[in-house]
Design a protein around this ligand. Structure first.
Ligand code: 5GP
Length: 112
């Protein structure tokens, strides 16, 4: 069964797309936790970072590069946070790897 993100990639479900290339798509999160909340999602389905393989390293590096690019285009010049939730304890709800980019407010540490 496809995840919600596969459906967004295939344009079966609408989303506000901030960036797209052959490796990934970046969209605005439907339930934002900060004034700017984007998700950078690989087109290849990797369920979670713990299940990534050696040959996914280029894809994963690309996700981080695009996360930085999205932050710049969203004018998060004062800073931002990148988050990857993994598994139940990590708070993951969609089993398709994605990088959260959060900004536009002061982030807290430690995270909840
Ligand atoms: P996770 O909890 O797995 O780290 O993150 C999943 C994220 O996907 C959540 O922040 C949630 O708000 C977002 N999300 C879930 N369904 C949709 C959707 O249909 N569209 C968009 N744009 N974001 C979604």
């Amino acid at each position: 069964m496809s995840t919600i993100f596969e459906k967004i990639i295939k344009r079966e479900i609408p989303a506000e797309i901030l960036h797209e290339d052959e490796i990934c798509i970046a969209i605005r999160d439907v339930n934002p936790q900060a004034p700017v909340h984007a998700l950078v999602i690989p087109k290849k389905v990797i369920s979670r970072i713990a299940n990534a393989r050696e040959d996914d390293s280029e894809t994963i590096g690309h996700l981080l590069l695009i996360a930085g690019k999205v932050a710049r285009s969203e004018k998060l010049d004062d800073g931002f946070r990148i988050v990857i939730n993994n598994g139940t304890d990590g708070g993951e709800t969609v089993p398709h790897l994605h990088v959260h980019v959060l900004g536009g407010r002061q982030m807290k540490w430690p995270p909840g």
